[in-house]
Design a protein around this ligand. Sequence first.
Ligand SMILES: Cc1cc2nc3c(=O)[nH]c(=O)nc-3n(C[C@H](O)[C@H](O)[C@H](O)COP(=O)(O)OP(=O)(O)OC[C@H]3O[C@@H](n4cnc5c(N)ncnc54)[C@H](O)[C@@H]3O)c2cc1C
Length: 296
Amino acid sequence: MVKPVSSDLLIAGGGLAGIVTALEALRAGKSVAIVDRDSPPERFGGLALWAFGGMMLIDTPLQRRMRIADSPELALNDWLRFGELDPNDEWPMQWARYYVEHSRTEVHDWLANEGIKFMPAVNWVERGRFGDGNSVPPRYHITWGGTSRELVRCMVNALHEASTGGRLAIHHRHRITALDHQAGEVCGAVAINEETGEEVRFEAANVVLAMGGINGSHAECRANWPRHRPQPATMLNGAHPFADGKLHHWAKDHLAHASLTPAKCGTMPRAFPPTPPIRISRATACLRYRVNPHSG
Ligand SMILES: Cc1cc2nc3c(=O)[nH]c(=O)nc-3n(C[C@H](O)[C@H](O)[C@H](O)COP(=O)(O)OP(=O)(O)OC[C@H]3O[C@@H](n4cnc5c(N)ncnc54)[C@H](O)[C@@H]3O)c2cc1C
């Protein structure tokens, strides 16, 4: 049997979520394997290669300079109302709350530290003064100097800089089809090399699922369409075609009765959100987890 590829951390998906997770792990001294279906090098970075590069950031120095009074509370209210979040939907609620409270430190300040600049005018995107949208303050911070393609370029450069001593292995054109678990802990994955058809096994103490959302699949879009809205006959899909929800379903079907515990990786920040059961959410999520063997 071919020896599995071994690392401290295995990441399914080489979009921005996977790349940034890998970067933090490498800086914490860990070895990392990224497995991504797409083709190198021009499509390493996922959907962000096609995105605009604006971010909802709350109570930033740029807003203050423009005398925009914003707060996590205002932003959360807008998010819940405009995002039509169901207050009983635990994960999206936790994520929304966490994001509004930490977007300045963990996104704005983190990116500024990486040398990313924002346009010196904060914008409206979803203005909601007279309808749906942000209630009052403009929050849309646009990356300065090249949309999110430039953001991806900076992050990929940082990734390669951080990968000293051969601690980073990127497996392009590989698709993860299943996760391995032993004694209640996820400990690796099985992938197919889509170029050769060969099966490749990965083993790692920590596994991160960062394979995008589910909306690259028309069928998933229709299956998860809000019940109170009519479905269009034709749909234009701008999501990543490989973000098809298959691995989400695999995790739901095979790990459904397990609860998740935050996994620590050296000095990496703690995982978020803590200990929810696995379920498929419409929101794109980056899950870092182990199966808790003591849960039923
Ligand atoms: C036109 C456009 C404009 C946008 N503008 C903005 C904007 O201004 N601001 C903003 O915040 N967002 C914007 N977005 C959305 C943003 O680009 C995405 O939310 C973000 O890039 C998602 O990153 P991700 O890493 O979570 O997932 P993705 O980028 O979707 O990456 C997922 C990766 O996982 C891989 N993958 C999937 N399944 C598997 C598997 N089984 N095995 C191995 N690999 C797998 C895929 O190949 C892919 O590379 C925009 C999107 C578009 C299309």
